[in-house]
Every structure is written in C-alpha cells, then in structure tokens.
Design a protein around this ligand. Structure first.
Ligand SMILES: Nc1nc2c(ncn2[C@@H]2O[C@H](COP(=O)(O)OP(=O)(O)OP(=O)(O)O)[C@@H](O)[C@H]2O)c(=O)[nH]1
Ligand SMILES: [Mg+2]
Length: 422
C-alpha cells in the first residue's frame, strides 16, 4: 500500500528558565545577582530526502518534540541550548498547517529544510534585571514555550508515468506485468483503492516509475468516486498511459469510455489533457475486442498512438514500453509539470493582543501577551509586577479603558484573573 498523507504534531522545545541567584563571597553580606539565563529550546526541522518514497513512517510516529533548553544556574551560568530535531520527509512532500490548511512549503529539492516549530527562547536570569534602582532583583523569566502545531504532509507521487482509465480496464494488471508491484487485481470495479507505484526496468538499463491509480469515472473532475484524490496523484507525471478495456462487456462502448476519461482529465486540469498520452487498447485476447480496436483506431486517427495489448498474456506490451521510454526522454521535465499556484504564502503579522468582553469579563488574548504570560513566574511578586507593567506598556490598559473597563471589573489572561484598577 502506498500512503501519501499524514498529519503530525510538532513542538519546539521550551526555553529553559532563568535563575534567581546571588553571588556569595567571603565578607560580602549580599553579593550581586548572578542567576544565568535559560538555554533556548530546539526547533523541529523537516528535511527533504530523496531516499524516501512514502509517508508510511508517519503512521507509526506522529509526535515530534524537540528538547527543551537547560535552566540557568547560579554563578552566572547559562543553560545550554537544546539541539534541533530533524525529521526526514520524501522529496515532493507538500506541507501545510493542518488546522488552517495554509500552505507552508513544497519540498521539491533534496536537502531542502523548513522549520515548522521554533524552540522557545530561554528565560532571562535575575542578573539581567539589575538596575541602579534595583541592585538585587529577585525575579527571573521562565523559558518561552516552544511553538507547537499540527502539520499536514501530503506527497504527490513523483512518478514518471500515470496509468489512467475506467475501473476494471486492467491498469493494475498492466503494472503488475511490467514491474515488481503486486497490486490487488480482481474482476470488479474499484479494486484499487490507493495508488501503487512500480519501477519499470528497460533492457538497456533505463528505468521509470509508473503510478497505478484507482479507476476514474464520469464526474471525477468534480470529485465523483474520489476523483480528485486520484487525479491529484497523476498531476506530476510526465506521460500518461490511458488503458481502455476493448472487450466492451456489459454494454460498454470503448470509444465512449476513451472520450469520457479524456474529458475528465481536461476538466480537472487542462495541463493534463496536453500531457503526452499513449493509449493501451487492452484485453485484445478477448472475443470482440478486435472490432472495438478498429473503431478506436479510426476514432482517434492521428491524434493518439494506440497500442493493442493484452495485459494478461503480455502480448503487445513491449512495444508500448519502448515507446513510453522514448516519449519520456523528450517529455517536459518534472518541475514544469508542477501546477501553478504552488507557492509560499506570506505570513501576516498578528496584532499584539486583543481584548473582548464575555459575560461581563474582559478577556485579553493574543500570541505576544500569552507568551509573556507563559514566561512569568506568578509565585513571584516581582515577576507579577513586571508582567503588569508589560500589560501597561503594550497598551492593553488603554484598550481596556476604551472598552469601558471600570475599577473592580474582572480581567482575564489565560488562567490569570485580576481586577482592573484605574
Ligand atoms: N482477458 C483479459 N482480462 C484482463 C486483462 N487485463 C485485465 N484483465 C482482467 O480485468 C479485471 C480487472 O483488472 P484490474 O487490473 O484489476 O483492473 P483495474 O483497471 O486496475 O481496475 P480498478 O483498480 O478497479 O480501477 C481482472 O479480472 C483482470 O484479470 C487482459 O488483458 N485480458
Ligand atoms: Mg486497479
């Protein structure tokens, strides 16, 4: 089975806490502050690796957490920074924010890196809070929490050749004959549920990768029969083999089938209709197939090359493969096949905070203020004072006043609830 979608949780390591400490020296009753800073947490970095072909590993391990930074210590000792956690993904993986669906990056090159969760900054030790007004500060910051999110990984198969056609046309039979792939083959539509990849080796040493996708049906371009899901897989192939069932059983008309599939390809993505397409007129070992083959030949005229084959007996398959290899050697390179619109979206700066009223309580939200909140040690009075100062400096007090906050009104940031004092 070939897995091409995964959702993973990534978390940067938290920053180490800053320390509160004072120098102890002989004959000096109260030394200066000497608490060191915490080290920064590690980040989670995804790296594209051309040695990987699937996302199957991500089914077994879905959580990736980088280490946290070391806490600061006395004597001015800073905590050590944690190393980054690198996670390898196949080249071709498209990465999105799983919650918002926002596009993050398309991993197109071997070795390409993207930081998906930044580690938290280390908290500052009390040595950094010394000032002429306060020579012996008793406060230190806690480490900043590491960024965390769920990211969606999606791998569009980077196959050279895509097999398309109606269900039951013989696509899986063909890939099993020309490669070592062992897909399920059966006499009913939709036997193949997920794409299979097979490597075809030519006698001259050339090789190419073929993707066998589930059968397409009318309306596939609008998502019928999971059409989108499957069409997505062949968007990046450079050559298509269109497998058509020539037996015409159960009232099917092979010429109609052929046209319908091509209409679906064009409607889904016009570029797919322009891709080189070789037609495999299949099941020619069956009675009646020959007549249908003649009809298809005259219907396609000079527009398509049609190869009479039997995927079961192997008859006619070699000439088809030689032609595929030839067409591939002159086909457009993969990067020109990549769809337009796959670009990095810009990150929009968030407001520093927001204030809204809910059931008579003023609620303060926003990434930046939440960060200060998380980095404050609320068991320490000085730290609380500093936090409230930050609230003021950021303009939150003014905003509360503007929204009508009066003395004694309740204000909440995270779990912290306090009274508004004008
Ligand atoms: N006689 C004959 N039967 C064939 C040939 N190719 C495929 N078949 C049969 O047709 C049926 C469908 O074959 P599959 O290879 O599973 O077809 P598919 O296109 O992969 O079908 P889906 O996965 O459902 O889209 C099976 O019973 C095959 O044995 C052929 O060349 N000759
Ligand atoms: Mg199949």
């Amino acid at each position: 089975m070939f897995y091409d979608k995964a959702k993973v949780y990534v978390k940067g390591g938290d920053g180490g806490n800053g320390a509160v400490a004072f120098r102890r020296e002989k004959y000096v009753p109260l030394g200066g502050p000497s608490g060191g800073d915490g080290g920064s947490g590690g980040s989670v970095i995804l790296v594209a690796d051309e040695g990987l072909r699937t996302l199957v590993d991500f089914r077994y391990q879905r959580h990736y957490k980088a280490d946290r930074g070391e806490h600061g210590q006395g004597k001015g000792m800073h905590g050590r920074n944690a190393g980054d956690l690198t996670v390898r993904v196949p080249v071709g993986t498209v990465i999105r924010d799983a919650e918002t669906g926002d596009f993050i990056v398309d991993m197109t090159e071997d070795g390409q890196e993207v930081k998906v969760a930044t580690g938290g900054r280390g908290g500052r030790g009390n040595a950094r809070f010394a000032s002429s007004a306060n020579k012996a500060p008793r406060l230190a910051e806690k480490g900043e929490p590491g960024e965390e999110k769920w990211v969606a990984l999606e791998l569009k198969l980077l196959a050279d050749v895509g097999l398309v056609g109606f269900p039951n046309a013989g696509k899986s039979t063909l890939i099993s004959r020309i490669s070592a792939a062992k897909p399920k083959i059966a006499d009913y539509p939709f036997t193949t549920l997920v794409p299979n990849l097979g490597v075809v080796r030519m006698p001259d040493g050339d090789s190419f990768v073929v993707a066998d996708i589930p059968g397409l049906i009318e309306g596939a371009h609008q998502g019928a029969g999971l059409g989108h899901e499957f069409l997505r897989h062949i968007e990046r192939t450079r050559v298509l083999i269109h497998v058509v069932d020539m037996a015409g059983m159960e009232g099917r008309d092979p010429v109609e089938d052929f046209k319908t599939i091509n209409q679906e390809l064009a409607a889904y993505n016009p570029a797919l209709a322009k891709r080189p397409q070789l037609v495999a007129a299949n099941k020619l070992d069956l009675p009646g197939a020959g007549d249908n083959y003649d009809k298809l030949k005259s219907a396609t005229g000079d527009d398509f090359e049609v190869f009479p084959i039997s995927a079961v007996t192997g008859e006619g398959v070699d000439p088809l493969l030689f032609r595929v290899a030839e067409v591939l050697s002159i086909a457009e390179p993969v990067d020109q096949v990549i769809q337009e619109g796959e670009k990095i979206t810009r990150v929009v700066a968030e407001p520093r905070f927001s204030v809204h009223k809910e059931k008579g309580i003023f609620i303060i939200d926003g990434k930046e203020i939440k960060k200060h909140y998380a980095m404050t040690d609320f068991s320490n009075e000085d730290a609380i004072k500093r936090f409230l100062r930050i609230v003021k400096v950021m303009g939150i007090e003014d905003e509360l006043r503007k929204q009508g906050a009066k003395n004694g009104d309740t204000v909440r940031i995270g779990d912290l609830v306090f009274d508004f004092v004008d």
